[in-house]
Structure formats: structure tokens, C-alpha cells
Design a protein around this ligand. Sequence first.
Ligand code: PMP
Length: 450
Amino acid sequence: MNAQALRKPRISRLEEAQADLHARTQRSRKMAADRSEVINGAMAASGIAPPPIFIADNQGAHFTDLDGNSYLDTCMGFGVHVLGHRPKVVADAIKAQADKGWHFSLRGADQLAYAHRIQAASPTNQRVVLANTGTEATLYAIRAARALTGKTKIALFDISYHGAHDTALVWAAPGSTPEQVVPMTLGHGIPAAVTDDVLLLPYRHPLAIAAIRAQAHELAAILVEPVQGSNPEGDVGPFLAELRAVCDEFGIILIFDEVLTGFRLGYQGAQGKFGIAADISTYGKVAGGGLPIGVVAGKADLMATFGDFTAAKGIFFGGTFSGNPMSIAAGLAALSELQARPDIYAHVDRLTAKVTQGFNAHAEANNYPARIVSCGSMWQVFFQSEALSSFDYAGKEAEGAFYLHCLAQGLFIHATHRCFFSAAHTEADADFVLDVLSQSLAATREDGLI
Ligand code: PMP
């Protein structure tokens, strides 16, 4: 080594990856700067922020950014695209519908066939109501439960996500413990009184069942993500069975928020996977085939509340775009394909199992404090075993560096760190994911961050 090389300061693997990404994403950076003067809102990344990236187009399991870089996508529209990006069956349905009209004020011809697809997702989906987003679906489900029971309190679990309306944004305050879950509202602008009508429970903890029993007479409903998007543990069957039993015992309405799990964990979502039916179910994401949708479905006697709001127990619901023909056409095409092709679920589950087992064996053998937790085709890397407990979910510097290395190698993992496989991902893509994840762990260790 010559003297000049010796004098050159060593740059870390992280700096190297940052410089590389910086050079390759100039158009995206300019777009970020221009947008920041007009458009508000950004999702925060934990630890070390990667350069912003804007998508020019996508196809299959990949997308291309404004600068022409290609990435393998694991975000898949926040879990929407089980069939991959732009599957032909959905693209054809969208084009055909565009030729017939994209917004009707009267009811469209395909809504009935679509409702039948929703009915097939659970034995209790006897009646169906259409909305535009998952947020609307859970809002209406909560309103329905309150109207039906005449009670106001809704039980929710910590680290759940049910959308952006007020009740859904009652979260556990930092420092909460299973013994004492302190509710707070996320962000400002939500009346503190909203917390009075929420019973916030520790997820999968015996104390949750005890609290439900103690306050059963006040509860209108229990709202639960059957598998949590932020914590995709697959062994939740016994917990869901306990919830079903306690709801049956006390006559509490059990709402499964299947916005993420519906048509992803199988055509029948979590209810099919674990063999437990909800009273009311909410859907979104996959159910719209890539266009916005929200669906509430449930037992006929409960769903009767969606009717005349002046009638006893009737609620108001609406929405200019509810059941719009484009979302229905795209959703009908996607659901028809998924219903006819159970092999798709076998495929995405197999890829997920391969990556989970491969990564966890590698991490264990090399003493990396990281593990993948997965269920079906939902998976996520967690950086410390404590992260798996509900009250201790914190990003770290190592995580930031790790994800930046993934990005620099062409693997896109969104800042929420939630990953999904699709029908468009191949065995070779799973091998690529495994390779990039282990290279990124090694680079992070080389910098002394792990
Ligand atoms: N419930 C769950 C379980 C979700 O994952 C989401 C979205 N991530 C929502 C509700 C809200 O859906 P939307 O973003 O369509 O309003």
C-alpha cells in the first residue's frame, strides 16, 4: 500500500452506500426539494434516512425510480398487490371499465358480483357494505357496533393500526406496561375524550382477557387485527379463539380488521387460516385490486344497521365514491383471480418461509441480533428480541444503516419495514432478498453498528 492510500481516511460502508445512492438518485432528490415547498407529509424512517425515491413505473415485483434505477419491491403498495404490480387480469378490467365510465352516481352493474366475492371470504359475511378506504371501513364497523349495542366503549390492542380516524388513533403511551396501558391520542387535534370510549389492551396478554371480562358490560365491540401488520406473528390462533369465546360469553361484537390480512393470508384471510369467524369484518387493500376500497361485511342481523339511519339502531354512512365502478372492476378482477388460484397463496407463503428460515438460521449462526417474524406472505425483520414485545418497539442506528444497504443493493424495504411477497416474486427473487439481507447485516457489522 502506498503512502497516499494510507493517508486516505477510511470511509465506512455506510458512507460508501450513502454516496453511491446520492449519486444515483439526483432526479428524485430534486423532486423531493421541489415537492417540499408544495406538498406536506413524509413518512419518517427510523435511524438513518435513505435518500428519497420517487417511482416512475412498476411491473411485476419491480419498480423503476425517476433516475432509472430498478428495485425489487417488498412493499407492494403496502400489501395491496398480492398479484404483483399491473397484473394483466386487473389491467384489462381497468381499461375495459374506463371505456364504459369511471364514476357513476347510480349503482353499477358489477357490485353484485363483487359482493358475492366478499361473501365467499367468510361464512359470516352475509351482508356487504362498500366504502373507499380501510379507514372508512373500521370507522363504520365501530359506529355500527355502538349503534347496535347502545354502548360506546371499543376494545383495541396496542401496536394495532385501524386507520386514521379518531378512535383508531388511541395508542399506548410510551412507558405503558401490560399491567398499565396508558392511552394517548396520536398527534394533536383529537379530543382527549375519545380515549374515554376506548379500552386499550395489551396484545396477546392474559391481562387483556381479564380486562375484557371485567369491563364486558361496557363494551360494544372488540376490534382486532387478526394478525398485526406491525408484528406478523403466525401463532395467533389460540389468542383469536380466546377472543371469540369471551365475545360469545358476554355478547360482545367481535370485529376482525382484515384490511391487511383479507385475501392476503389466503382467500378467506385470517378467518380461513385460523378457522375463527368474526361477527363483522372489514376489508380494504387487496380487495380493491390496487384501486381504493373499503368494505364492511358481517352477519345479516348486525349489518341491518346499515340501512335507514332514522330507524331504530340505524347508522349514517355515505361516500361520493363508495362502490365506484373502477374500484369494483379492479377488485372483482383481482378477487376472481385469487379465488380461482389457491396456488398463488402456496407460492407466496413458500417464498416467505424460505426467506424467514434462511435469514433466521444465518442470523443465529452469526450471532446477529435480528430475526424475521412472518405469517403467510407478511414478513418483517426485527432487530432485537425485545422488539417483539408490544411495548418496546424502537428503531436503532443499526436498523437505519441496514435498510440503507438494502436499498443501495436494489432491494426496496419501506420505512415501515413491513414486507410482502406477491405472485410476481420468484424463487430467484427470494434468493436475492436473502443475499441482500445477509450482505447488509455484514456491512452493518463491519461499521461496528452491530
Ligand atoms: N386497518 C388495517 C389493519 C390496515 O393495515 C390499514 C392500512 N394500513 C387500515 C386499517 C387503514 O386502511 P386505509 O389506509 O385504506 O385507510
